[in-house]
Design a protein around this ligand. Sequence first.
Ligand code: SF4
Length: 861
Amino acid sequence: MAQYSPRQCLATPGASDFGFPFAPYAIQEQLMQELFSVLERRQVGIFESPTGTGKSLTLTCGALTWLRQHEELVRSELLQRIVEVEKKLDRLQAASAQEEDWISAQSESREQQVELQQLNHLCSLLDKREQQLVVIRERTKERKKHQKFRTRPKPEEEQQVDNEHPSDADTDSDSDHELGDGPEEQSEDRYRPVQIFFCSRTHSQLAQIVAELRKTPHGAWVRCVSLGSRQQLCINPQVRKLRNVGLINERCLDMARSKAPANPSKKSRLAAGSAASLSRCPFKAPAKVESLRDVALCEPLDIEELAVEGTACGGCSYYASRSAQDDAQLVLLPYQLLLQRSARQQLGIDLRGSVVIVDEAHNLLDSIAQLHGSELTRSQLELAREQVSGYKLQYARRLSTRNLLSINQLLFVLRRLLKLLEPKAGATSVRMLRTYELSSEGDFDNIDLHALLEFCGRTRFAQKVQGHATRAQREPRPSENQPPGSSRQTLLQHLVTQHKTLGKQPHGKRKLAETHAEAEEELQMEKKSSGSDQVAPSPIRPLLAFIETLTSNAADGRVLLNPQAGMVKYLLLDPAEHFADILSEARAIVIAGGTMQPTQELKEQLFARCPERLVERFYSHVVPPDAVLPFVVAKGPTGASLCFSYAQRGTPAMLKELSMVLQNLCNVLPGGVVCFLPSYEYLDTVHTHLEQSGGLQNIARKKRIFRESSGAADQLLQQYAEAIAVPKGGALLLAVVGGKLSEGLNFADDLGRAVLVVGLPYPNRNAPELQQRMRYLDERLGSGAGNEYYENICMKAVNQCIGRSVRHIRDYACVFLLDERYASARIREKLPEWIARHIFEPNGVAFGAVQARTARFFKNR
Ligand code: SF4
């Protein structure tokens, strides 16, 4: 595909040129201008802009303004360049005709002709593309005259997307090519414009971008498409009811491969789940999908609206969005679709020359590690063994020797992993191994795992096994319809085949003996697997994902083996490797968040290869300086030092100080007060102490008390808000750092007039995963890097808690950091800049002064 890079540079526009829906504040203007410059100069920008400062809207306006001007520049420069080259060619031809140095004139003329040819080709591709887009717009306008699609969906619960396991991601690679995706062009013959890929953690955050986009003039011209998984976008009710994303993917792919024509009346067959009896999905009809693709390109729609449009017009929203992706200027997508190379490939996302914006990126490193990690439980392995055994027994006679060997190898790996998970008396319970150590201990290091994965991918083994397992559960068991012993017959046949295969291998005899026992075991497994009615998600995908991690670079990760917990887990230690493609392919990258500090590890781990491209900008809050009053509370009301380290926080003295702090502050704080404690366990301890010491009753005179539990938070938040909304109302919410209330929630205005963070919530230093990561960082980045990482985990969590309050320009709040360790400069420099700068007496002050200053702060408001 062709792309043109202008030779001229765009000048950074003034504040009024960004299409911002209202007059931007100074920091919004600065951010848009800096962002513009980062995109123009092909840089990597890390931007911190506190929550409540309109960050997402600012990013969107900044990026789209650049895109519009860039596209205009490309078009005008191309035309201008063509005129210039034509003129030059005329001059050269004249010079050649007059025989003034005709040799060099001719050689230069040839070069100019080649350039002119290329420029004209680019221009014609660009014209063709623009004409196609005009046709799409016209077509959609016409359709809309005749049809009325519904665009207002009922509000649904936020769709968290980051809990989907990577192995559940979309996995088809070819089925969508069956669709008529518009003009039949070779990809090389298309003009490839610059696309902006805007990714965030949840679909609800992405829907917010669409809502804000509509408020700006950019909403009228930009072709914006939201990408999601089939779970969010599938409109086939029979498939949707499978609920599990893996099952939905598999059913959709099975239907795409079906030879039977689409027939919506065959619902019963779909429900029966027999791959053989499936018809093609009626919603994937090319005309309907194309029609929806056009709608999606003409009007920004969020993921729910896209699904609603699909339901209304009867076209598959999933394939429509995929098909629209190529022509979109702005692509909105969740983390896992952008950050995983396999997901990008499957969706046909091409990042070359594009702009990548990662929003809500405060945990980017962890997100990459999580998406590329992999975990298997004993029960998943057992289920996988049952299903693969059942499949093998069913099809042993039809399988080629080569395929049967691969299946046997997979079963062998499964058994060995299960053996490694057997708890052994006296053995170390949790161990950290390198990938090759695991395969060596498991005795499967002589198996070519790459070839095994290739076999599974080529034969769509996961789908086949799942299909077989589902049928085995739902259809009558063979024993009810077939003569007794038919399974045994298959088993015998399989034994003969294995005998031949194993007899030729080293250690064949020992393995042969094992095989007889295993075959009997498989027979039992088959019986067991066909006896249950419940359709479970496929365990084969997580298994293959785990095996794939064993083939990765041994230095990049470790395997945590925990027989006691019945779990084996791959930990990615080096996220850089998985970000390298994005870094090298994208024109510019923007990493943005409300609390990006501390950024040291992000820079060291992801961007060490390109320090010259890196730009960091930290913006202050939009609120005036006197709207935030942060304190380091180093001493309690009795004058005793406050230290909520793990060893000290449960002592009677510290509990008493905390109880007094809460009682005193609740006397002077209006509205809602959110107090974050380091763990659920400590929350219980504090609550019990308050209850037993009478503190709870004292606080209850001023505030209703609520406590976070590990269950649903909606009802709790509603009651909390109601307690504040009543005249002279107020509430104290005891919450947990890193819990449900510490990220993404909005405690604006009276909901959060104060945030208290009790102690420094360091994670458990003895956790094997953490130790391994710290050791790795020390080895890779030098001594101390592991400790820095450990401290940063804690401070990022603190910063998230702080960010719950002060949510807009007229908001105001106090922040209390309860622990003497917050007074250290090292800790304070990891706080958000807008907090660190305004801390009242950073070295700590007597508690009486804290209370008095707080009372004055609210009196002045
Ligand atoms: S084609 Fe679309 S509507 Fe049909 S099953 Fe697949 S995702 Fe669902």
